[in-house]
Design a protein around this ligand. Structure first.
Ligand code: GUN
Length: 296
């Protein structure tokens, strides 16, 4: 079988278009402009790229974008004060604190200081609880993007066997919860899972979110399964030659080995151009949702 490539870039552009139309109506009919604030502590290069991209796309759909950059040695009290200010700002409807935070900051404490109504990441403990009990919540962006692609491809995933590889709070656990809420039969696999190959071979849906380059080989994939690759890993690619500064060029790969998995899967998301663009599109959609809920 040769897999259908699920084009996340195209799908995300469509979602952003819908968000943009919604923003236009909010402005013209209600005089409201949704606002998203992104807080970045420190100089992590990958985080800087993500934050810049989030800000650019926020502006592109017509929303207000606020970026708060803070030094790597920022104290917990100073960060909490910035979040409190944003919590109280009526022009800000969504707040995202880019992770990972520097080690001296308590991530749980910071996340839970964001007003649940403005928690567009869906990481606050009350949103986690609402999602876990099937109630209306803010849903984490990456798993939401994966679910949208699965629903779009399958119509319904009810009764399907799904395996999520990875148990992070950001992706693995909420992904499993969303699949369960859609009536899939869900297994969460992780580094201590005994026979990962066997577990994956049973799955109609495989979501790989472990952060290990190309760790899922094609012969683990059931013929015709749908493979959603959340991984974004940078590998040296000497075959591409050298950069101007003399260092080896790099390439992005996912958590699955694309060519061999695509040869067996029914559908697969590429890296780049799969899950990544959907994450930001869902962040923008969550911000509009938060704005609508805040304004009744
Ligand atoms: N770091 C990596 N992914 C995410 C995300 O979805 N949200 C936040 N806040 N930080 C991240």
């Amino acid at each position: 079988m040769t897999a259908t490539i699920i084009d996340g870039k195209e799908f995300a552009a469509r979602v952003r278009g819908q968000v943009g139309e919604h923003v236009t109506r909010l402005k013209s009919d209600h005089g409201i402009t949704p606002g998203l604030a992104v807080v970045l502590v420190g100089e992590d290069p990958a985080s800087q790229v993500y934050v810049r991209s989030k800000g650019k796309m926020t502006v592109e759909v017509g929303m207000k974008s606020v970026e708060r950059r803070m030094d790597a040695d920022t104290s917990e009290a100073d960060l909490l004060a910035v979040i409190e200010e944003l919590n109280n700002d009526p022009e800000i409807h969504g707040i995202l604190c880019q992770l990972p935070l520097p080690d001296h900051l308590n991530e749980d404490l910071i996340i839970n200081s964001i007003s649940p109504a403005k928690d567009v990441d869906g990481f606050h403990i009350s949103n986690v609880g609402l999602l876990g009990t099937g109630q209306k919540s803010m849903v984490p962006c990456t798993p939401l993007g994966c679910l949208m692609m699965l629903r779009d491809h399958h119509g319904s995933i009810s009764g399907m066997d799904a395996v999520v590889i990875g148990r992070s709070n950001i992706v693995g656990k909420p992904m499993a919860q969303l699949l369960l809420n859609d009536s899939a039969t869900v297994t969460i696999a992780h580094s201590r899972t005994k026979d990962l190959a066997e577990v994956v071979r049973r799955a109609d849906i495989v979501v790989a979110a472990v952060g290990r380059p190309e760790m899922v080989p094609g012969d683990w994939i059931k013929e015709g399964a749908t493979v959603i690759d959340v991984g974004i890993n940078r590998l040296d690619a000497p075959e591409k030659g050298l950069k101007e500064d003399g260092t080896v060029k790099t390439k992005l790969v996912g958590d699955v080995h694309f060519e061999s998995c695509a040869a067996r899967a029914g559908a697969i998301t590429p890296v780049p151009g799969g899950v990544g663009p959907m994450t930001i599109a869902c962040l923008l959609a969550n911000t509009v949702t938060a704005c609508c809920r805040a304004n009744g």
